[in-house]
Write a protein that binds this ligand. Structure first.
Ligand code: SF4
Length: 94
């Protein structure tokens, strides 16, 4: 009985560690899919995650491909997502 209990505790600790590692990996993978202002391509295009241009934002750009949670695709950034409130120098009226 003691051995079973010890194994249960050991396995529980192991599961917790694996779950935590998996959660951290998911968070970092999710963050990798959103364009950062420090991304070389973003710098080249002057991308900002919050537009300061009146009436211009990714959400009303012809290239924006809206998705959920205020992000969307942009062909200029490959598989990475941009913020709907973002902006870059390639902005084009929808
Ligand atoms: Fe946003 Fe620029 Fe892409 Fe337009 S081209 S959706 S402004 S990042």
């Amino acid at each position: 009985m003691k051995e079973t209990r010890r194994n249960f505790l050991k396995n529980s600790a192991l599961c917790g560690t694996v779950f935590f590692a998996g959660s951290s990996l998911n968070i970092s993978l999710a963050n990798n899919h959103v364009v950062s202002e420090s991304d070389p391509q973003a710098k080249a295009l002057g991308y900002v995650s919050v537009s300061s241009k009146d009436g211009q934002a990714c959400s009303n750009c012809a290239l924006f491909q809206p998705e959920k949670d205020e992000i969307g695709g942009c062909p200029l950034f490959g598989g990475k997502k941009v913020a709907s409130q973002g902006w870059c120098t390639a902005w084009a009226k929808k």
